[in-house]
Design a protein around this ligand. Structure first.
Ligand code: ADP
Length: 471
């Protein structure tokens, strides 16, 4: 509003100054036209008789139009004769005009506000423009002829001022109301976003702004919506993780509780105690393993997992993992078959890589029946002008149905809960919690690699890990 007011004021001043110049120019032109007619008239016979009067000539050429006045003065400023309107103080007026002319001889017209004696209205004040013409005969100055005519200047300028003032004020009012309306319209989506943001709480992340349109604010709102969707998914994952983790921990605790309660409820034989202790041992091992896996995942999520990268021969690491897991294979009567193991240099964390390979082999052992085979081999492969290590762990187990394949890397995802949660009292086989493959996927990812799984039901499963080779 302030800027607009300044611009309007500057604009109005400009218009006022140029218009008042134009008006003045027109007024001078008019006066000179009158003077020309007057001179023609003075050279006519009428002037010679000194009987100048408005009625002496046809009206359109009359030198004296209504309101005009002519004063003839001698060289000393003495009024010789006057025609037309009667100024109240003619001598004073002549004096003022002659001194104004003496001071500023270049001015073409002089503007004065003079009192005029009007027959009907008495003495009234009005604005006049005067032209002073020297009267020269035979090269000698005889006096001056003063022509006065009512000035339209002030009237015009007053009207112009009012027009400019009203126009500017009107524009300011329109701009103010329009600005309010526009600002309100423009701010409405922002208010909507603010209100929605206020109502969205941690427990209700399902709300969306859904602002229609394609402008910047709609884009902002849709970015906000996308962010909410991501937050909601993250919160959902966290909630599910917490629920799954507590569920997983509760199961072994319940089993131990029941077993301990059962043996303590009466007198038992030493075989029964031994059996109960075996169950407690298996369940506590399971719990310890689960807690370890949970801690690993928590560290990975928090970005606190410390990896010690070093140059390694990947086949060395694979052999270490195989050695670590072979007692389990023997126990389960599974044949571990080693394929090619060429020297392949990569940069990675030995501990984590051993864990990754062990998890894959362990799954092969766990889910294949007795007498089956798990094959491990390493190869060098070439892809997109780059060399990679390819680790393939394949088994001849039950395979994974296509519906489950895309989920097996999810946390706590188990295909057959009964099969993987083996609480058989005699079994010391490792039981699954559904975290193994998500840890594998994370380790592969931090090493800049990829993992793929192909499986056919009742034929077997193949996990292939590719890791970039060290140049
Ligand atoms: P778990 O700790 O239960 O083994 P994983 O994340 O390692 O969890 O595996 C997820 C699920 O994928 C398992 O419950 C199992 O059903 C399936 N799975 C993994 N590896 C194999 C495999 N080699 N053969 C058949 N099923 C497998």
């Amino acid at each position: 509003m302030l800027i607009l007011a300044i611009v309007l004021t500057a604009f109005s001043l400009f218009i006022y100054i140029t218009q008042s110049r134009d008006y003045q120019f027109d007024a001078v032109g008019n006066m000179q036209e009158k003077l020309v007619r007057l001179q023609t008239y003075f050279h006519s016979a009428a002037w010679q008789n000194s009987n100048l009067s408005p009625t002496d000539v046809p009206s359109n050429e009359a030198p004296l139009q209504s309101g005009d006045l002519i004063i003839l003065v001698d060289i000393n400023g003495q009024i010789l004769q006057n025609w037309g309107q009667n100024p109240a103080n003619p001598n004073e007026l002549v004096g003022t005009l002659l001194s104004a002319e003496a001071q500023n001889p270049d001015a073409r017209v002089y503007q004065q506000t003079i009192p005029i004696i009007n027959i009907n209205q008495g003495k009234i004040s009005s604005d006049y423009l005067f032209i002073i013409v020297p009267v020269i005969r035979s090269d000698s100055l005889l006096g001056f002829l003063i022509l006065g005519s009512p000035s339209p200047l002030n009237d015009h300028l007053r009207r112009l001022t009012i027009t400019l003032l009203m126009g500017s004020l009107g524009m300011l009012v329109v701009a103010f109301l329009g600005g309010l309306w526009l600002a309100d319209r423009a701010m409405r989506p922002v208010k909507a976003i603010t209100n929605a943001a206020h109502t969205i709480s941690e427990s209700d992340l399902s709300r969306r702004l859904n602002l229609p349109g394609h402008d910047e604010l709609a884009q902002l709102a849709s970015t906000f919506d996308e962010m909410l969707a991501r937050l909601q998914a993250a919160f959902e994952r966290q909630r599910r993780f917490l629920a799954d983790a507590s569920h997983e921990l509760r199961t072994p605790l319940t089993v131990m509780n029941l077993e301990v309660g059962r043996v303590l409820s009466g007198h038992r034989t030493s075989t029964e105690y031994q059996h109960a202790l075996q169950i407690v041992d298996a369940e506590s091992t399971r719990m310890a393993r689960l807690v370890n896996e949970l801690m690993s995942l928590a560290r990975m999520d928090a970005g606190q997992a410390v990896l010690e990268f070093e140059d390694l021969d990947f086949s060395d690491v694979t052999v270490e993992a195989v050695e670590r897991i072979s007692p389990l294979a023997e126990q389960q009567n599974i044949i571990l078959e080693m394929g090619e193991m060429p020297e392949l240099c990569i940069c990675g964390d030995r501990q984590y890589l051993v864990q990754m390979i062990s998890n894959l082999i362990e799954n092969g052992i766990k889910y294949s029946g007795s007498g089956q085979k798990v094959r491990i081999e390493n190869r060098l492969i070439h892809n997109n002008n780059q060399d990679f290590v390819s680790l393939r762990v394949s088994d001849t187990g039950p395979g994974i149905a296509p519906d489950h394949l895309s989920h097996i890397f999810d946390r706590f995802y188990r295909i057959d809960e009964a099969r993987s949660r083996d609480t058989d009292e005699d079994s010391s086989s490792p039981t699954g919690s559904g975290l193994g493959l998500s840890i594998v996927a994370w380790i592969v990812q931090v090493h800049g690699g990829e993992i793929q799984v192909t499986s056919k039901e009742n034929e077997g499963t193949l996990f292939e890990v590719t890791l970039p080779i060290k140049k």
